[in-house]
Design a protein. Structure first.
Length: 196
């Protein structure tokens, strides 16, 4: 084979490998390091493909005994988001989000793993969103009966956490260096082999 054709085949091979391994896309460690809670969003809507990318990440999350104890209620109606934003003391950021995902679960009093699992689905969705330049923030819902009335879910499901998603009002939020002291140090939070 002449060297031009050989080179072309090699670069095609490189592209195929990149597609198969997705090596050109996300660096999970970097996404974890950079992701911040963002509470102010631009009015830009999310494309349906991005919404599905986020929900798919929640669907794929691990859970205790693979029970998948969740139902994700995806809300894009600004009026419903506005009403939901009033049902938690610090849930105001849901108003103005392009998408809110209410994480419905069985009663968390049934077993400790329910909210653990919900938390993992939340984190997966938030990281998948960040990968697409979409920021997010958790919101604790305190007025749970008002939330049930607003959203109409059945008695066996409960709502304690929702997530707002949207493109950040300040795009620099996506690239800002993590603040010094923003997280406790490894020395403070990790022991090796035995306590202390
Ligand atoms: C379980 C849980 C509940 C939270 N509830 C709220 C909330 O009600 N309102 C809010 O604005 N942020 C809420 N947050 C977001 C945290 O305040 C945020 O993740 C934390 O301060 C770290 O922010 P940073 O990643 O920007 O440093 C919640 C986070 C978690 C994990």
């Amino acid at each position: 084979m002449d060297s031009g054709r050989h080179k072309a085949r090699r670069s095609l091979h490189g592209i195929m490998k990149a597609i198969v391994t997705r090596e050109e896309t996300v660096d999970v460690g970097e996404a974890i390091r950079m992701k911040r809670a963002v509470r102010k969003f631009s009015p830009r809507k999310l494309q349906e493909e991005v919404v599905q990318h986020i929900l798919e990440a929640g669907r794929r999350a691990q859970s205790s005994k693979n029970t998948q104890p969740w139902h994700f209620l995806a809300i894009q109606d600004p009026e419903i988001l506005g009403s939901l934003s009033e049902l938690g003391s610090y849930a105001g950021h849901l108003s103005g989000a392009a998408l809110g995902v209410a994480i419905l679960t069985p009663d968390p009093a049934q077993r400790w793993s329910i909210m653990f699992d919900a938390g993992q689905a939340a984190a997966y969705m938030q990281l998948a969103a960040w990968e697409r330049g979409v920021a997010s923030c958790l919101a604790t819902i305190y007025e749970v009966e008002a939330a049930r009335e607003l959203l109409g879910y059945p008695p066996e499901l409960h709502l304690h956490a929702a997530i707002s998603f949207g493109y950040p009002a300040e795009p620099s939020a996506l690239t800002a260096r993590p603040k010094a002291g923003g997280r406790r140090s490894i020395a403070e939070i990790v022991s090796y082999e035995r306590w202390g």
